[in-house]
Design a protein around this ligand. Structure first.
Ligand SMILES: [Fe+2]
Length: 352
């Protein structure tokens, strides 16, 4: 009978007449199909299936204790949802009613007893061919899904790396390590987790927050690097970095860049409405902007700048509380103060 690949197929035979099993085993042996397991006890069929994982089941229908219908009912509970397991029913009784019932329970084909050997061989071949094609298709699907997953992962990494480069470019003139930007991302993400945001949302904020000052690319060095407090005019010019950052980032539509655009635009808004560039108030300020506002100010206070020394951590933490309800969202300020040690990675604050 079979083509070579069928010789590797695993055959399971369930028939309560040992003589019938011997006939089938003899035929399969003659066809060089060595992987055969049989049982005359239909109540053992389920266990045999689970242990043997056959490619095809040759199933007698009329058996004592548990008939072929009962065996098929049991098998349906363990056959994987997307698997194609051919069940070839062997029966002397092929009335339409029997056929309909067997088909409904998962039978794929019938062979009447006594067997026509040629017919039996051809029906087994057909069923196994379908089984193997189905499995081949599933393997190909799995390979394709794996490739799509790998490609998606590579694209995500590429996006993250591009954004890290962009953040570094934005910070390069006054922090050539980009550490401020990274610290702000980490602190904002930890604060986000403490107020109950999901880990994926917090991760998005961690990745997006380092771009908060990317608009500084458009600010002149005489303002950005001035080793003294800015004049009112200079400060007004500096404020433009929010709109510039938003312009750079808002043309793109990935969730990461959308968050980054919002953060760039809103991280200098203040809870009491006195911030810039839009003068948004309270919860009208996007939550990611409110989170980064605290992380940015805390990090700026605790690190040296051209015009000031680093503040001690305690004084900076007190300043965040002093600005609660003015500059900062009171709920975020309170959470920040209550969980300072787990939100701020003090190993990242060497100057304090
Ligand atoms: Fe800023």
């Amino acid at each position: 009978m079979p083509r070579e690949s069928y010789q590797t197929a695993k055959f399971m035979i369930v028939d309560d007449e040992i003589a019938n099993i011997r006939v089938l085993e003899h035929l399969l042996d003659a066809w060089d199909c060595p992987n055969v397991q049989s049982t005359t006890d239909p109540t053992q069929a389920l266990a045999l299936y689970s242990q043997f994982q056959p490619d095809i089941v040759l199933l007698d229908l009329m058996m004592a204790r548990l008939d072929g219908f009962g065996v098929m009912q049991q098998l349906q509970t363990v056959i994987p949802e997307h698997d194609y397991l051919p069940i070839l029913v062997l029966t002397a009784d092929v009335t339409p009613e029997i056929k309909h019932r067997a088909l409904a329970l998962g039978a794929k084909d019938f062979v009447t007893k006594p067997f026509d050997i040629a017919e039996l061989s051809l029906r087994i071949q057909n069923l196994l061919e379908t089984r193997f094609l189905h499995r081949q298709l599933q393997n190909q699907n799995a390979i394709l899904e794996g490739r799509v997953e790998e490609r998606t992962y590579q694209l995500k990494i590429a996006e993250i790396e591009t954004i890290e480069c962009l953040a570094l470019a934005g910070e390069y003139r006054d922090d050539d390590t980009g550490q401020h930007a990274q610290r702000v991302g980490i602190t904002a993400a930890r604060l986000a987790l403490h107020i109950g945001m999901s880990p994926p949302e917090a991760e998005l904020i961690q990745r997006a927050a380092p771009l908060h000052d990317v608009g500084k690319i458009g600010i002149g060095d005489h303002i950005l690097l001035k080793p003294a407090r800015l004049t009112m005019e200079e400060f007004d010019a500096m404020k433009a970095h929010c709109a510039i950052g938003h312009q750079i980032l808002s043309r793109h539509h990935t969730p990461l860049l959308q968050r980054a655009a919002d953060i760039a635009h809103c991280h200098h808004e203040r809870w009491d409405g006195s911030g810039y560039p839009q003068g948004l108030r309270g919860e009208d300020i996007p939550i990611e902007g409110r989170l980064v506002a605290i992380a940015d100010v805390f990090d700026a206070l605790t690190h040296e700048r051209p015009y000031k020394k680093a503040w001690p951590l305690e004084e900076a933490a007190t300043e965040i509380q002093n600005q609660s309800g003015r500059q900062f969202d009171p709920r975020l300020a309170e959470t920040f103060g209550s969980h300072l040690e787990s939100i701020c990675d003090f190993s990242l604050y060497p100057e304090s």
